[in-house]
Design a protein. Structure first.
Length: 466
């Protein structure tokens, strides 16, 4: 039987013999494979065709070895696949230790060992059983982005349940409401209970909780505990936007799939938006199962939940889920909205006049008011030609040098002065230096400062008042 899935095979040319062997196995089992150089038309540009191959494939099969980790192309291909949110399957070819780069890139991805070709085929088969649109990874029309759930499916009522295994299709659950909207999010406020919703405004610096509800709707009075009513191979996976630009809508989604339900997989979305740029971070260990069984309070594991999927169950992670509300439950996990922000100011204070020059002390203040650390903060002064910087006058005060210390004169250089790293919400610095300007001048003299960080630049200026 021909499968829908195309697998992109990423490998080192030094492992080509093994790569061809694996490709032939997959092709024999009905999977299409994209693999250089065979999939690249003669005379075509590798740098153009490889990204196209990744985008058009449903899964990214990484043949992980000592050779692939030192390859020029493989790390680039992996980064591009992660950027395009492809399902990444690392297939270990040898007992190599992962480099720091690959350990970081694959920190939340489950490995498959080279001896487990059966497991590899099983994983690819599960991916292939997902809805066709996900496998092909084409750009979706904008109309789909406003949908909260899918696919469209037969619905049931609380008094008229399904006669087979199916998830979250009851539209009048007296406790939950319409189960098709099974992904919701709320803000976590200490000492206050807030409601879950499918649309929420994210406030930078605050904590949020995602809820994923699951319920096998097979009728408990008839088929719930029979083979036709027991869902098998039940797993759930979720995703959330790592970054939200200002006023940009992001999607928190979850997928529930099984081997014998109708439909095989369902999905739901909740939408988030922030007025300021922020980064959503998973709070480690916060993922929790809530049910009436022995799995209640257990963490399903972030690497599975945000990867290929975490198996569900009642007392064990068995993948078995009988029908009936007593076996229903939810998974929750928490996110923190990190945000970069800082404030700067400048003040010039007249000190004295000397030899027809007015001397001023200039104080530049920096404060990290965001929740994220800022590294390598750079300060650069912009002086008019009539203003002279006093060599050796710069003094830096900050968290580590409360009493201040003399620093170099880089503040007036082209690259500016690197004043160090500052913790989110508590990092601060003052940089003072002296300048002089002629006492005889007709116009206000301007002095400005540019502060540069990885999160953007800000500038401020003041005048040297006569």
């Amino acid at each position: 039987m021909k499968n829908k899935l195309t697998a992109f095979i990423s490998y080192s040319s030094k492992d080509e013999e093994n790569a061809i062997e694996i490709r032939n196995l997959l092709v024999e089992k009905g999977f299409d494979c994209w693999m250089a150089p065979d999939s690249i038309p003669p005379g075509s540009d590798y740098a153009k065709e490889i990204p196209n191959g990744i985008e058009e494939s449903g899964a990214f099969l990484l043949l992980l070895s000592i050779n692939s980790q030192s390859s020029v192309w493989v790390p680039k291909e992996l980064c591009y696949a992660l950027e395009k949110r492809k399902i990444v399957i690392p297939f270990k070819m040898d007992n190599c230790e992962m480099t720091k780069q690959f350990s970081f890139l694959l920190s939340n991805v489950q490995m498959v060992n080279s001896c487990d070709s059966v497991d590899l085929l099983h994983i690819l088969k599960r991916i292939d059983e997902m809805p066709y649109e996900r496998s092909k990874s084409k750009t979706k029309p904008n109309t789909e982005e406003i949908q909260y759930y899918g696919p469209e499916r037969k619905t049931y009522s609380w008094v008229n349940r399904a006669q087979y295994a199916t998830f979250n299709s009851i539209i009048d659950n007296p406790e939950y409401g319409d189960e098709r909207y099974f992904v919701k999010i709320r803000e976590v406020i200490k000492g206050k209970s807030t409601d879950y919703d499918t649309n929420i405004i994210i406030r930078p610096g605050h904590k949020y909780e995602v809820s994923i509800f699951y319920h096998n709707n097979a009728d408990p009075k008839t088929v719930a505990k029979e083979a036709v009513g027991i869902a098998d191979g039940v797993a759930v996976r979720s995703s959330f936007p790592k970054k939200l630009n200002a006023n940009e809508q992001g999607v928190v989604s979850a997928y529930i799939n099984a081997s014998d339900t109708d439909p095989i997989e369902i999905w739901a979305k909740a939408f988030v938006k922030s007025e300021k740029e922020c980064y959503l971070r998973y709070i480690p260990g916060s993922a929790t199962i809530h049910n009436n069984g022995e799995l209640n309070g257990i963490c399903p594991g972030a690497d599975y939940l945000f990867g290929l999927g975490s198996m569900l169950g009642f007392n064990l992670f068995s993948g078995l889920m009988p029908g009936g509300y007593e076996y229903a439950g939810k998974i929750t996990y928490q996110l923190f909205a990190d945000f970069p922000d800082y404030e700067i100011s400048i003040k010039a204070t007249y000190i004295k006049s000397e030899y027809d020059n007015d001397i001023y002390s200039v104080k530049v203040s920096y404060e990290n008011v965001g929740s994220m650390d800022q590294l390598n903060v750079v300060v650069q002064a912009h002086l008019e030609t009539s203003v002279h910087y006093e060599t050796g006058s710069s003094i830096l005060n900050n968290n580590n040098n409360v009493d201040g210390k003399k620093v170099n004169d880089d503040i007036i250089s082209e690259q500016g002065m690197n004043i160090g790293n500052y913790a989110g919400g508590s990092g601060w610095a003052w940089l003072t230096f002296k300048v002089s300007v002629s006492s005889i001048r007709n116009e206000k003299t301007k002095i400005g400062v540019l502060v540069s960080t990885a999160d953007g630049n800000k500038s401020v200026y003041t005048y040297l008042e006569q």
